[in-house]
Ligand binder design. Structure first.
Ligand SMILES: [Zn+2]
Length: 238
């Protein structure tokens, strides 16, 4: 065995060093994300302890489970998420906290969406399994849009009222979601970001139409699509 190993080493020693393929290297070096822990933010921990009910098994998260949730300020987000934060162009959003929730805990919550916002708490939540894959649908812009709506008008009763007030009155929607004033801003920020990144009106519309929940059911109905398409018409107006 020893002799064989020696031969192998010898062979490699004489080989010319491999050339580095710089085309595969990252375009810029990014500092590692400085995630914060729940221990540093008792208020957020309290929110998870008291408010984060799970639909699935009707129990609250344990302290150990909550401690697995990672936190990062919107202004310290990595990569494409930082680009989305920057494109909002509003420094007030810098103190919004993003909570990255491990996939098993997110599943227990029983929601089909990969993200949600608690605008009045300056909090955005993401399913870690979605977050790590990359945000093709630009949900970060959407959730920050909710936070922006709150910052512009931080009155709980107003936010609540606006979230059930139809935005496009000429679309005879039966439900106030998504055709309401708050979602209007959130989806507008999301679609504008996608537009900036080269997506066409048709591509965005198709993407929304094809979104499915984990069970494979379309996320949005034909009626919801009327709202998205009208909003896209406004965004892409020449
Ligand atoms: Zn929304």
């Amino acid at each position: 065995m020893g002799a064989e190993e020696g031969t192998f080493e010898q062979k490699n020693k004489n080989e010319a060093p491999k050339e580095i393929d710089f085309s595969k290297a990252p375009s810029r070096i990014e500092a590692p994300v400085n995630y914060k822990t729940m221990k540093d933010f008792p208020a957020y921990k309290k929110y998870f302890q008291e408010e984060w009910k799970t639909d699935k098994d009707k129990r609250m998260l344990t302290d150990q489970e909550i401690d697995r949730i990672k936190l990062v300020n919107a202004s310290n987000l990595p990569g494409e998420y930082k680009e989305q934060f920057k494109s909002m162009n509003d420094p007030r959003l810098g103190d919004v906290m993003i909570a990255i929730v491990p996939a098993d805990l997110w599943k227990r919550r029983g929601k089909s969406q990969p993200s949600e916002s608690e605008a009045s708490r300056d909090l955005v939540l993401f399913d870690e399994s979605y977050f790590n894959k990359g945000d093709k649908v630009s949900w970060m812009s959407h959730e920050l849009g909710h936070c922006l709506y709150w910052k512009n008008n931080p009155l709980p009763a107003e936010y609540q009222k606006d979230s059930i007030t139809f935005s496009y009155k000429d679309i005879k929607s039966k439900e106030p979601y998504p055709n309401n004033k708050v979602e209007h801003m959130a989806f507008q920020k999301q679609f504008e970001y996608l537009k900036q990144n080269g997506k066409t009106k048709q591509e965005i519309s198709k993407m929304m139409e094809e979104l499915k929940d984990p069970k494979g059911t379309p996320e949005y109905s034909a009626e919801d699509m009327k709202f998205f398409n009208k909003l896209l018409d406004d965004i892409f107006k020449p």
